[in-house]
Design a protein around this ligand. Structure first.
Ligand code: TYD
Length: 196
């Protein structure tokens, strides 16, 4: 049996990691084999991306988009596809929708972003945890240093708007992430139930 691919999306600080972990625990308790993963990956391309995000490397936005797409191909080949073939549920923090939301906000055409991401299979479910940029940034500042994207409030606001538009166009499920964790998680699980 082929597994399922679930992508958790949203602006930095929306609570993706928390909800991916809670979701995985809940699914495991129900007997499913679950892999929690994320992008950018820890692979060779992901490493370059992280250096760029920390401001160590200056690269044009189109190169950045290609790196995210390349990192995704590596992710699909090395981890996602084998896990799906083994019947596992893969929960990924960020996937193609992150590129559509962030790199279009950084000025790149959506059609081109779709083309360079064509090698990535469509997820069975994509959930957008929607929170205002201000809420998200305030949460991050409470725990660690902000990276280049996170420092840019205007960018984060536009990313959120783009995410909401993409959700409508492409059928991502939107969850209001501004509530208590258990309420948000209950909505996440409802959507997962429907594709399980
Ligand atoms: P993030 O989820 O913060 O990763 P980590 O928790 O491992 O640091 O992602 C890092 C940044 O990369 C985040 O600001 C969003 C951005 N990003 C894109 O711009 N495009 C993409 O395709 C992906 C996967 C991430």
């Amino acid at each position: 049996m082929r597994g399922k691919l679930i992508s958790i999306e949203g602006v930095d600080g929306c609570g993706k990691s928390t909800h991916a972990k809670l979701l995985a625990g809940w699914l495991r308790a129900r007997g499913y084999k679950v892999v929690v993963t994320g992008e950018p990956t820890d692979g060779p391309v992901g490493e370059v991306i992280r250096r760029a995000l920390q401001g160590e490397l200056k690269i044009p936005v189109a190169v950045e988009a290609l790196l995210f797409a390349a990192d995704r191909v590596q992710h699909v080949t090395k981890l996602i596809r084998p896990a799906l073939d083994a019947g596992k549920i893969v929960v990924t923090e960020r996937y193609t929708y992150s590129s559509l939301a962030y790199q279009s906000t950084r000025g790149l055409p959506m059609v081109w972003l779709e083309v360079i991401n064509r090698a990535a299979p469509k997820p069975d479910l994509a959930i957008l945890i929607d929170v205002p940029a201000e809420t998200a940034i305030a949460r991050i500042m409470g725990s660690r240093k902000l990276d280049t994207f996170e420092k840019d409030m205007q960018l984060q606001r536009r990313v959120r708007e783009n995410y909401l538009r993409i959700a409508k166009q492409k059928g991502m499920k939107v969850v209001d992430g501004g509530r208590a964790v258990d309420e948000v998680q209950a909505d996440v699980r409802k959507f997962v139930e429907a594709v399980r």
